[in-house]
Write a protein that binds this ligand. Sequence first.
Ligand code: NAP
Ligand code: SF4
Ligand code: SF4
Length: 394
Amino acid sequence: MFIKGGITLLYRSFGKTNEKISVLGFGCMRLPVIGDDPTNIDEESAINLIRYAIDRGVNFIDTAYPYHGISLAQGGQSEPLIAKALKEGYRKKVKIATKLPSWAVETREDMDKFLNEQLERLETDSIDFYMVHGINKTYWENLKELGFEEFLEGAIADGRIKYAGFSFHDRIELFKEVVDHYDWSFCLIQLNYLDDGYQAGEEGMKYASEKGLGVAVMEPLRGGHLAHGIPPEVQELFKGADVEKSPAEWAFRWVWNHPEVSVVLSGMNTMEQLDENLRIAQKAHPNALTDFELDITKKAKSIFEEKLKINCTGCGYCLPCPSGVNIPENFARYNDYFLFGSPETKDVYQFHYEGLIMENERASACIECGVCETHCTQDIPIIQELKKVKEFYE
Ligand SMILES: NC(=O)c1ccc[n+]([C@@H]2O[C@H](COP(=O)([O-])OP(=O)(O)OC[C@H]3O[C@@H](n4cnc5c(N)ncnc54)[C@H](OP(=O)(O)O)[C@@H]3O)[C@@H](O)[C@H]2O)c1
Ligand code: SF4
Ligand code: SF4
């Protein structure tokens, strides 16, 4: 525990690495941007946020090759932005985590090519935590065939990376297979009170931890849905607790309640969000929630499950759609109606749909090519769901 900038941040051991990592890590997939262009990062604000977090003890920064780019196969602006943010002495205060773009790897040589390019983009000699990104069945079979193990061993031996891990989006059975296949140091899984049994879930978290892997968590707020956009019934439920907590605090504290979890990554794009998450992180003790509080999160989960129609986290991995459909925005507008609307207020939601999504980006522009479905981190039948959105709003 260190007191920095008025914040007493907590640290946890990171599995077999023996590194001490801050319980809150900075996720650089949702940095502030200028206008609607994800490649146009608001550099001054983003650098301020990252340095402010580091000054208060955050020592884990997570990025990936495509973040803030135009497609999964091209380098985005997140890695170069981090290089800028970590100048003036900040690099030595933090661990960088980034990822091999699994979907873009066609040959064994590609793996070295991407890693070397990432070292240049990040302006560093060594990446502390290097992950095979977003493993699913398809990427996994390809990576094994191409010999990813030899690549990771080589990169550790020559110092280009310090620890090897993977991030994951598929079923628990595959998760266990991946954990057992290689001597990983850590993993990054999606975990929040809605997704306790989804993908790796709590079962995967325990499995990985028992095998000595450090467990990092992504999407603790489900991309923001558990912090803002809370249905009134959940708000009421939260008000009934002994100690008042914001929706974000309920979600974070549920994840940190697990002793197996070391670091929770959150994408924060305003100072208010960062301040709030740092404040909550000071209470991130394991096994700290009472049975009564855990029961409240269980009830909140049931309400969400009843109301949320499409499981989209807004991660954007499905973009760009060759036909221009703004997939996450279509799903967000549809979910909004079922979370907050009623037949009497349908017009308001219709107005938002038409106002916020240009005609050529709406559900009806889908030509059913299927490209997006192969990249969806939540395995959503996107074509089918877009048809529902079209029927509802168009
Ligand atoms: N490897 C992978 O496959 C993968 C996939 C997804 C994520 N990740 C990594 O994991 C990180 C974390 O995931 P995530 O960004 O989805 O985390 P998250 O914490 O679930 O969602 C971040 C979003 O939550 C909102 N938010 C954050 N703090 C808030 C607060 N105090 N109050 C209200 N809203 C708040 C913001 O939404 P608004 O912008 O709407 O305000 C923010 O963009 C990513 O940044 C990325 O580095 C990796
Ligand atoms: S299936 Fe539809 S939404 Fe998906 S990429 Fe193709 S056109 Fe776009
Ligand atoms: S549809 Fe899937 S890939 Fe696209 S934003 Fe939603 S969860 Fe992410």
